[in-house]
Design a binder for this molecule. Structure first.
Ligand SMILES: [Zn+2]
Length: 201
């Protein structure tokens, strides 16, 4: 295997990058200026040290900024907590500008087929936050998939005992879809039209 082939292989492991794109990228890198390559390599090399998880919401935050900017902001509505599957969902919801509360990242969804049960998710921390923080409403923004719905119901049962209002994003997002690909207006509408989860049962 050649060095170039190694690079193509490595690039094609990135999500959404097929072999053809990987090969195009590799040839581009080969012919671009060295400065760009050095900068890119340095950014990739340091990303896991420089961007870490927030100890409160588990979203990503820059090194030395823990809790993250959202968790430590005095301008957020601390009574509403939006529960999402992945850290990138925080970015998606933030981009809508429609939500001003706090976030909690589950790091996945319940998926028996993939061997992921509730114990694999970031749920103990959620319960702890509900008990320690002044949260009045949990908005569950898991994706509208079977796993997302199962997880939403599970959480609703879990937190009901704590006497907290639990809502789910309205179904403006296509069933089986992904929050990441929904447009801003749709997400904003889903937030406004969120439904009390009890009514789904
Ligand atoms: Zn945070």
């Amino acid at each position: 295997m050649t060095v170039l082939e190694d690079l193509i292989q490595a690039l094609s492991r990135l999500p959404g990058v097929g072999r053809k794109s990987a090969s195009r990228m590799a040839y581009h890198l080969l012919q671009t200026d060295q400065e760009y390559n050095t900068r890119l390599a340095r950014l990739i090399h340091g990303i896991q040290q420089r961007v870490q998880r927030c100890s409160r919401c588990r979203s990503f935050t820059e090194e030395g900024r823990d809790p993250c900017d959202i968790c430590s902001s005095p301008n957020r509505d601390r009574r509403s907590l939006c529960v999402v599957e992945h850290p990138q969902d925080v970015l998606t919801l933030e981009a809508t500008g429609a939500f001003h509360g706090l976030f909690h990242v589950l790091d996945g969804v319940i998926s028996p087929l993939d061997g992921i049960g509730p114990e694999e998710l970031n749920l103990p921390a959620l319960l702890q936050r509900i008990r320690e923080e002044q949260i009045g409403e949990i908005i569950i923004a898991t994706n509208p998939t079977e796993e997302g719905d199962t997880t939403a119901l599970y959480i609703s049962h879990l937190v009901k005992k704590e006497g907290i209002r639990v809502t789910r994003l309205a179904s403006g997002i296509p069933v089986g879809g992904d929050l990441e690909y929904a447009d801003r207006i749709t997400i904003a509408r889903s937030l406004r039209g969120r439904t009390l989860l009890e009514s789904l049962e």
